[in-house]
Design a protein around this ligand. Structure first.
Ligand code: UDP
Ligand code: MG
Length: 134
């Protein structure tokens, strides 16, 4: 199924000028970038975006981190885009990520893991709408 999903290149990767390299990995894996923008969100916006994690011990640090510097947000489109993006990203903890995944290649730690990707069709719709409202 042709799907759309939301990808975020997080502050640690934007700061290391990895945007073009990461975009190339998506396009080489048949995920087309339909829209994109570089933005710097507030901690309140990060808290809204990551609301699903509000009961987790890492929530406050996660929101501070996502708002700590510019991020690059993208709508990716392609066959099975949601699961394909998750596969290309690799496991949440770069230490556990498969070889050649973005998180294995570029992730620094479980919190500074370079990319975000929607985890379901429902969340992909919500997350795309969060950043790309018309
Ligand atoms: N995270 C963290 N500590 C943890 C688990 C997660 O800092 O113990 C951060 C990490 O940046 C992760 C984000 O919270 O990407 C969202 O967690 P989730 O479990 O949804 O992982 P993801 O879907 O990003 O792989
Ligand atoms: Mg997640």
């Amino acid at each position: 199924m042709i799907e759309k999903t939301l990808s975020i290149i997080k502050p640690d990767a934007v700061e290391r000028n990895l945007v073009d390299e990461i975009k190339k990995i998506f396009t080489e894996n048949n995920l087309n970038i339909k829209d994109s923008k570089k933005i710097h969100i507030s901690k309140e916006e990060a808290a809204e975006f990551y609301k699903v994690h509000q009961s987790k011990p890492f929530y406050d640090a996660l929101c501070s981190y996502l708002s700590s510097g510019p991020i690059f947000v993208m709508i990716l489109e392609g066959k099975n885009a949601i699961s394909e993006n998750r596969r290309i990203m690799g496991a949440t903890n770069p230490k556990d990520a498969d070889p050649n995944t973005i998180r294995k290649l570029y992730g620094i730690s479980i919190d500074k893991n370079s990319v975000h990707g929607s985890d379901s069709l429902d969340n992909a719709k919500k997350e795309i709408n969060f950043f790309f409202k018309n």
